[in-house]
Design a protein around this ligand. Structure first.
Ligand code: MRU
Length: 355
């Protein structure tokens, strides 16, 4: 375990002196390398390949990515510039379908431009940068606030299980469901965290255990199929997870395997908390059945982490990147505006309307 305390100092998206950098999360935990994003194609590739990942971080990165692309437009026509920005946004949106923050952030950027009635291309660029920075700053604040609300549900010395990575590097800063763990760490709560490895892409092993360990949190890595075992032993007092898109009825899409953890938590009487900034709540999607689930290549299951293929050649695979946790398994939804309890169809609407 790392005893050095270094909390909250890792940001996956950095905009510095006109240049955009992303922490390449595919190289963690071995190497901490920032890559520069110069075009919309660079950004699309980074999102698709999960160099930047986690719903809020994808939204923040895409917003800056759109600004970077807008800066490449060399003409002077405001109409052409606006079309160029719209087409670039539509292209970026195709990189991954499930996390609503991508579409949400790009829609905000387009809207800003449309509503402003700009007189020059430069004015348009300035507005886009301003909006990207606003999306970034708002996410930092939202995560901080979710951390405080989330901590109010936890007690010192608790055992907490988490799935995938909804930490600092999945957001602008602090994380969603890991934010209360960091705050608790600062305040001496001594949590014991169990991180599911999260097959097939190992976000729990490569990212969650890395960032918690770096912060000096007591973290134990387990395989996904060990969650029931640690729950049965009484080592888990709460489950905390993030979300990629929550429908209006409270069904929440998150990393594949999340719904199995929720069902287990119910069986063992453990509260299951989903951390969902309002940017991840999609009131236009009525239930989880309407959420598009990203399907990825089978080689992530049988090839990617092995020296040689761990399945017969040509094997058929099914590799959905997310699953939907039915709202009936979610004890509470933690947003930056407060904690939402069932009935979600009524209370999510209320929280979305809250100023
Ligand atoms: O495929 P990923 O790594 O982008 O999936 C990430 C998750 O499922 C996270 O739990 C979710 O995006 C919330 S991040 C605060």
């Amino acid at each position: 375990m790392n005893t050095e305390k270094k909390i909250f100092d890792i940001s996956p998206v950095r905009y510095r002196e006109g240049k955009l950098y992303l922490l390449d999360q595919t190289r963690l935990p071995g190497e901490e390398v920032y890559i520069e994003i110069k075009t919309k194609e660079d950004m699309w590739d980074a999102i698709y390949k999960l160099k930047v990942r986690g719903a809020p971080a994808i939204g923040v990165a895409a917003a800056y990515g759109l600004y970077v692309e807008a800066s490449r437009y060399s003409g002077t026509s405001v109409i052409e510039f606006t079309d160029y920005v719209e087409e670039s946004a539509d292209y970026l949106e195709t990189a991954r379908p499930t996390a609503v923050n991508l579409a949400w952030a790009l829609r905000r950027m387009k809207q800003k431009l449309k509503e402003a009635g700009i007189a020059t291309v430069q004015e348009g660029r300035d507005l886009l940068l301003e909006e990207a920075q606003a999306i970034h700053d708002e996410d930092v604040k939202a995560c901080r606030s979710m951390g405080e609300y989330g901590l109010s549900l936890l007690e010192p010395e608790m055992g907490i299980l988490t799935h995938c990575n909804a930490g600092t590097i999945a957001t602008a800063r602090y994380g969603t469901c890991l934010a209360p763990i960091y705050l608790g760490q600062e305040r001496g709560y001594n949590f014991r965290v169990f991180a599911d490895e999260t097959r097939p892409l190992l976000q729990g092993a490569r990212l969650t255990s890395w960032e918690l360990d770096k912060a000096g949190v007591d973290v134990t890595l387990i395989c996904d199929n060990m969650a029931a075992s640690v729950m049965k032993k009484g080592w888990v007092d709460a489950v905390v997870v993030g979300c990629d898109r929550m429908a209006a009825n409270g069904d929440g899409a998150n990393k594949i395997g999340t719904s199995a953890v929720a069902i287990l938590a119910k069986e063992y009487g453990i509260p299951f908390y989903m951390y969902v900034p309002t940017s991840t709540i999609d009131m236009e999607t009525l239930s989880g059945e309407d959420i598009e689930i990203e399907l990825r290549k089978g080689e992530e299951i049988y090839r990617m982490w092995y020296e040689k293929p761990m399945a017969p050649a040509g094997i058929k695979t099914y590799n959905p990147s997310f699953d939907v946790t039915d709202h009936k398994y979610i004890t509470a939804v933690i947003t930056e505006k407060g904690i939402v309890r069932p009935p979600y169809d009524i209370n999510l609407k209320k929280i979305m309307e809250k100023k």
